[in-house]
Design a protein around this ligand. Sequence first.
Ligand code: HEM
Length: 404
Amino acid sequence: MIPNNTLFQPNDPAFLSDPYPVYAQLHQQSPIFYDEASDMWYFASHRDVDAILRDRRFGRSILHLLSREELDMPPENPAYEPFEKLGRHSMFDMEPPEHTRLRSLVHKAFTPRRIQAMQATIEAIANDLLDQLIPQGEMDVLADFAVPLSVTVISALLGIPDADRAQLRPWSNAIVKMYELGHTPQQAEAAIQASQEFADYLKDLARQRMADPQDDLITALAMIEEEGDRLTEDEMVSTCVLLLNAGHEATVNVIGNGLRTLFAHPDAFDQLKGDLALVDTAIEELMRFDTPLQLFKRWVLHDMEYQGIALKQGMRVGLLFGAANRDPHVFANPDALDLTRSPNPHISFGGGVHFCLGAPLARMELRSAYRALLGRCSTMQLQEEPRYHPTYVIRGLESLSVSI
Ligand code: HEM
């Protein structure tokens, strides 16, 4: 282990376009390292990332234990309130016992049965999109297929009316920029405005559903009750925003990154096109091979020693999901694409109490997307080499133009 970081440079365009050679070096030289620029310890091994996600001495939030003042954070800027409020009432930014209460309430509406019932709808949405695209002879797989598919699926599940769906992607895009390492004042302003508009919109819709219940997730969320407890209006709004944002950003990128990976591995691509029964293991491998969410952070909730490092309450640590997914101690030939890899204990859906709530829906969506695309557009060709967005946490392509 070498303590000081020289390899991990998340602002370097070369690293952003292909972080995997650096991860291979980290595994060899320093899977745990300290980065002076961010004053954080980072963990690259699968064992540490998995262990920290499950260790309750680390948390997604610490404000239940320490004030902003004690954390040396500037006082909350009132202008950020619309954005901060979404986080305060979201399970994503809570720790037990508040997290347990909220996740369990949401689970009563977001049931396996409700998700399973989406199967035919998802297949129909994917096929309708391709019916329109195939006659055109070309498409941008992201803008024309992956985005409308995943926005339509999560909107249909929640019960967002068709006419309002176009607004969701810009709101979501603006908000998730705040999760990147550093953002500009303009990005913050856009995220605040989007948070306010999105929350106002959902509040109105939830009130309409309370007055006139429908068979959709918003109605179910508004109606759930567990031992006399129910979601407050703020919790309803934050949960819907979380489901809408988390529910499509990563899914879109697994379609884009995954197809790009297949184009770069023509033998594997042919193998999959020749045997669509491989799609389940292929999806897991594509999510491992080019991880859509590269970094999650955790607060150190209590002073402790972890792997010989003294961690103080209030520090933050970085978990390198993309590196953990290429750990040679867990994955044989980690830099090789093997669409039949099984078991495949990749960490792309996280672990511990915050494990992705939407994983079954995401898997169902990805299965339908890949089956439809590969089954109906098997001669698809890349039109130009795709480029990645210059962001680190959310790893995805700007576009993916293909001829069909
Ligand atoms: C391939 C697509 C997806 C990936 C890779 C993904 C990944 C993740 C990861 C890594 C986390 C945990 C973050 C952490 O521990 O800090 C998470 C949490 C979450 N995801 Fe997903 N996700 C995907 C799709 C979805 C979908 C489709 C939905 C919902 C419709 C969803 C809803 C959520 C929610 C609500 C949480 C928060 C859970 C909690 O805090 O308890 N995700 N996701």
